[in-house]
Write a protein that binds this ligand. Structure first.
Ligand code: HEM
Length: 540
């Protein structure tokens, strides 16, 4: 009996081992350089998986180690990732052979989340093209400019909040946790500029909009577990119909948007916000009579599709913006010379304004601000890697018709943005915060396709100005930043302008000394948070 049990255990052990190693033949068979995978977790280190070291550090390390290879193989749990190290290849995948690499991998859509599978970032092929064409006009400069005042008002509320805290504590300085602060700011911007409602999350700390947003954004431990399980056994998770998000959490937004749309339609109200732009986009979509004959699948634009785009804008607007701003204030606090130069520029604009409110054209004139934000997005790109899925087999050729790389249908391609940004051959002294790298006279030193904070090609962040010559990635403008998302930039510039005009940012007792050391796991957020001290300028 004991022998039978032992034999069964042995068989079970062999089966489990076989299952754990089953996907790891891909790179060996395809001749792609890679490290030996470990059962179940592939090349992901346990330290990253258990949140001891940051994923981005591992990404940078592997890139440096295998830099001489154009493509490097990485088993992310059980998924083979083809990581691109060669800029020529990145250009081909992102732009020239885009038709083979149109889609992102469907991490969230695979959870059968109907809402998330309808948002632009998850849509595929012709459905994505149609939706992107429909939404792009909503992001033109003139339409976004109209949102400036709504955003600027939220920035002023953010400053008033700090002033009142200082008054209440009768103090000249105050230490604030910037992720929380900017989540509140980003929340109010989205509420106002996207959903058309006014909230002040600095004062009314637990308003319903804020609470609903937090519940959609912040993954619980259970959601993280579901993601890991999905990595290990996707078919089982799919078959079980396990959902990542609680659908009830989006109900609040649903009623908010649809009630607002109904009210506006009935009362003929026009407000320059995202709901209005999406209502227009929907109207234009429905008016389109011709759909390209070649398209096999068509996008729809029913109420759920509109809601999906709103929720997407909420998620990016909230999470990406608050991370980006928290890092920006951190770098300004740790780099006092940069902060002083930026303050000088702000002070000049203030003088020019002679007490009048800040305007969009004045903000756009601030060139040093552009350099600072460009450098921030180099050092801490919120989207630290990009992904594409190969839709048809392709042999990518270089200009001499030599094969650069061969990809097969369903291969997952990764572009390690942060590793390119931190490569000393691309950016000397990569760990230093040096906005001057982006000066007009230095821009030729930046190699094409090594700076990708907003992604690249037709699938890059929406709302960009087409200042890139797509085939060469050579800039036609003096500022890299202008190719980014203008709504995002407007938001960053406006709040930084107002904060620096009133306060100096200095390290406090709780400020993290070494940011990379403080990061853990897959998040780009330090475990010790973003504490920064604000000192009133009028007493300096
Ligand atoms: C500093 C802030 C931001 C950064 C760094 C950023 C970066 C990115 C990146 C890297 C991508 C993927 C690009 C690719 O795969 O090539 C992306 C996609 C996207 N972003 Fe942003 N983003 C920012 C802010 C925003 C904001 C505020 C919005 C909304 C108003 C937005 C809307 C989108 C959308 C809709 C997509 C999907 C585009 C598509 O799949 O066609 N982003 N963004």
């Amino acid at each position: 009996m004991a022998l039978i049990l032992l034999a069964l255990l042995l068989v079970l052990f062999v089966l489990i081992y076989k299952f754990s190693m089953a996907p790891y033949g891909v790179f060996r068979d395809r001749g792609i350089v890679h490290e030996s995978p470990r059962p179940f977790i592939g090349n992901l280190s346990l330290r990253v998986l258990f949140g001891r070291t940051p994923f981005i550090e591992m990404l940078i390390h592997k890139y440096q180690k295998f830099k001489q290879y154009k493509v490097y193989g990485f088993y992310n749990i059980r998924e083979p990732f083809f990581v691109l190290h060669d800029v020529e290849l990145i250009k081909k995948v992102g732009i020239q052979d885009f038709d083979y690499f149109t889609n992102h991998r469907d991490m969230i859509a695979e959870f059968s989340e109907s809402l998330f599978s309808k948002c632009l970032i998850s849509l595929k092929g012709d459905k994505w093209r149609e939706m992107r064409n429909t939404l792009t006009p909503a992001f033109t400069g003139s339409k976004l400019k109209a949102m400036f005042e709504l955003i600027n008002e939220c920035s002023l509320e953010g400053v008033r909040y700090i002033e009142s805290e200082l008054r209440n504590s009768n103090s000249l300085d105050i230490e604030l946790e910037m992720k929380d602060y900017f989540e509140r700011f980003a929340n109010d911007v989205i509420a106002s500029a996207a959903f058309g409602i006014k909230v002040n999350s600095f004062v009314d700390k637990t308003n319903q909009f804020y609470k609903a947003g937090q519940s959609v954004i912040h993954f619980t431990g259970l959601a993280m577990l579901k993601i890991i399980l999905y990595g290990i056994m996707p078919r089982v998770i799919k078959a079980l119909g396990i959902s990542l998000f609680d659908p009830r959490k989006t109900e609040y937004f649903k009623s908010l948007i649809f009630d607002a749309m109904k009210y506006r339609a009935e009362h003929k109200i026009i407000r320059s916000d995202m709901i209005h732009l999406l209502m227009e986009a929907k109207r234009n979509f429905l008016l389109q009579e011709t759909i390209p004959e070649s398209s096999t699948e068509h996008a729809e634009f029913n109420d759920d599709d509109l809601l999906a785009q709103c929720v997407l804008f909420f998620v990016v607007g909230f999470e990406i913006m608050s991370v980006c701003l928290a890092y920006l204030t951190y770098e300004l606090c740790m780099n006092p010379t940069v902060q002083s130069k930026l303050y000088e520029e702000i002070h000049k604009v203030e003088q020019e304004l002679q007490g009048k409110p800040l305007t969009y054209p004045m903000l756009s004139k601030m060139k040093y601000m552009d350099l600072v934000i460009s450098e921030l997005l180099r050092l801490w790109p919120p989207a630290f890697s990009l992904d594409r899925v190969c839709s048809k087999d392709i042999d990518i050729l270089d200009d001499n018709q030599e094969v650069l790389a061969k990809f097969r249908k369903d291969d997952i391609i990764i572009i390690p943005v942060i590793a390119l940004h931190r490569d000393p051959e691309n950016f000397p002294e990569p760990d230093r915060f040096k906005p001057e790298r982006f000066l007009e006279e230095n821009k030729d030193q930046i190699k094409p396709f090594t700076y990708l904070p907003f992604g690249l090609g037709p699938r890059s962040c929406i709302g960009k100005l087409t200042l890139f010559n797509n085939s060469t990635n050579k800039l036609q403008s003096c500022f890299y930043l202008f190719s980014g998302n203008r709504m995002a930039l407007m938001e960053v510039k406006s709040i930084i302008y107002h904060l620096l005009s009133k306060f100096q940012l200095v390290p406090g007792e709780k400020t993290v000394k070494n940011m990379m050391d403080s990061l853990k796991g897959f998040h780009m957020q330090p475990k010790d948070k973003f504490w920064i001290k604000f000192v009133r300028r009028d007493v300096l």
